[in-house]
Write a new protein. Structure first.
Length: 207
């Protein structure tokens, strides 16, 4: 339908046909939403590949990826909030967070390689979105920790946080070229702290 519509670009009712086609796409996405969520929840490669094929054909891959991102982002943000409510020190919380992100990188990259054409980009965007969605954010946590620390011990507090941050590059490997002469950071191979299971999503797939 998408390719056929392109051939009608010069017809008088082209705009009307575009609106109708988008409405059909919306209906298809709404109907498929529970199955999409189930596929990402169960990490079913075959089902996910089917949806990738369908959503590619109807030019809606960004919408399909939105399901994938939210599915895993919800779980990762919840894990961070649990850490923030624990009695662990800030540097230990950061270490646990980086361990979780590294585990997610490896487990999801292995899965995404079987499903998406650009798995490294997809999983990288997942982690970027997750870091941006953390509540409270890491800068807020650091600022709060500094406010509770005496002037003479602020430097030591920052150094402790830096020690926790070191868990990230400790297992890092050189990344692949980013196409501009630089390289992309890629986490090293560390054993995932847990398997990633998606949280069930409600609604009709609107994000």
């Amino acid at each position: 339908m998408q390719s056929s519509l392109a051939m009608l670009v010069d017809t008088p009712d082209y705009s009307e046909k575009c609106v109708h086609l988008e409405a059909l796409k919306n209906r298809l996405e709404a109907m498929a939403s529970p199955q999409i969520v189930a596929a990402f929840n169960s990490q079913s490669v075959d089902q996910a590949k089917t949806f990738v094929k369908v959503f590619t054909e109807i030019d809606r891959m960004p919408q399909l990826l939105a399901y994938y991102y939210k599915c895993h982002k919800v779980q990762l943000v919840a894990a961070w909030q649990d850490l923030c409510q624990s009695d662990l020190s800030l540097n230990r919380q950061l270490t646990e967070l980086y361990d979780t992100l590294l585990g997610t990188w490896h487990s999801q990259l292995q899965w995404a390689t079987q499903v998406f054409k650009n798995p490294h980009e997809v999983v990288t965007v997942l982690l970027i979105q997750t870091l941006g969605a953390l509540v409270p954010s890491i800068p807020v946590c650091l600022s709060t920790a500094m406010e509770r620390t005496g002037q003479e011990t602020k430097l030591n507090k920052l150094l402790e946080a830096g020690d926790g941050d070191a868990a990230k590059p400790e297992g890092a490997e050189p990344g692949e070229s980013d196409g501009t002469g630089g390289s992309l950071w890629r986490p090293g191979r560390r054993k995932p702290p847990h398997s990633d299971q998606c949280s069930a999503l409600g609604g009709n797939g609107s994000f």
